[in-house]
Design a protein around this ligand. Structure first.
Ligand code: HEM
Length: 235
């Protein structure tokens, strides 16, 4: 009887993973990698803007018909949205909990804030907050049109994107966010690889180069769109 009670109280594997520091870091690594895959696809899709309105709007329409006739209209897009939303929430919650845990674990004697956390950790935290705020702005701008600068036209993303990047603040918001994204991914990819056990003395150089290349490709690919509109290549 006593044995049964003890067994009943044993936490589930999922609970143990969620409660442990290494578990939270693993959740951050996996959710981060899912978001990077999405961003690579999103960045490549965005570059279709250089092939004209027909191609870009056609691509946005195709996203909604993806998986048909097996899946119903927009179901695949909704599956992607749900996976992304779960990843964003899991990533942010674990980051918050790990930083609380980190602060609690530190001796109270530190006087200077800066001495408590490393430069990379602070950059990751602030970068994460900036990216979270950016995604909210971005959805209100180009998905719902709530904060859009011109007359938002549902189903016409080409014109909506051109409108956004025809304002100085649209360019500033997106370029700052994309630079923050590059820095975040550069360090985040490296940390994720270490957490998932991919690091070793021989592989670390390759991992660092991959992290740099990934950050550079994403930054350049995303920045190309506002630059294209600003220079009149896309209009
Ligand atoms: C210059 C950069 C970017 C451009 C031009 C751009 C463009 C767009 C457009 C046009 C949409 C709406 C698609 C549609 O409804 O058909 C969209 C959706 C979205 N973008 Fe971006 N994007 C950029 C950067 C980013 C970045 C850096 C992130 C994340 C950090 C991001 C995350 C998202 C998300 C999560 C959605 C919603 C997907 C959906 O629910 O349909 N985007 N983007």
């Amino acid at each position: 009887m006593a044995l049964a009670t003890q067994t009943d109280r044993r936490p589930s594997a999922a609970r143990t993973l969620w409660d442990s520091t290494v578990g939270k870091k693993t959740i951050m690594a996996v959710s981060g990698l899912i978001m990077v895959l999405y961003l690579l696809a999103h960045m490549i899709g965005n570059l279709k803007i250089f092939f004209g309105a027909g191609q870009f709007n056609g691509y946005a329409h195709w996203l909604r018909t993806l998986g048909e006739p097996f899946l119903h209209h927009t179901w695949a897009l909704w599956i992607i949205r749900v996976v992304l939303a779960v990843s964003v929430v899991a990533h942010a919650v674990c980051a918050y909990q790990l930083s609380r845990r980190d602060l609690r674990a530190r001796p109270v004697g530190y006087v200077h804030r800066k001495a408590r956390t490393s430069y990379a950790t602070r950059t990751m935290r602030w970068g994460g907050v900036i990216l979270g705020l950016f995604v909210v702005w971005h959805l209100l701008d180009l998905t719902t049109g709530t904060v859009h600068s011109g007359g938002f036209q549902p189903g016409h993303p080409y014109q909506n994107v051109v409108d956004t990047f025809s304002t100085w603040y649209g360019d500033v918001i997106y370029i700052v966010a994309v630079l923050a994204l590059g820095l975040h991914i550069r360090h985040g990819f490296w940390s994720a690889a270490q957490t998932l056990g991919a690091g070793s003395r021989t592989r670390d150089r390759v991992l660092k180069t991959t992290a740099n290349a990934l950050a550079l490709v994403l930054t350049a690919g995303f920045v190309a769109v506002p630059v294209g509109v600003m220079t009149g290549i896309v209009s």
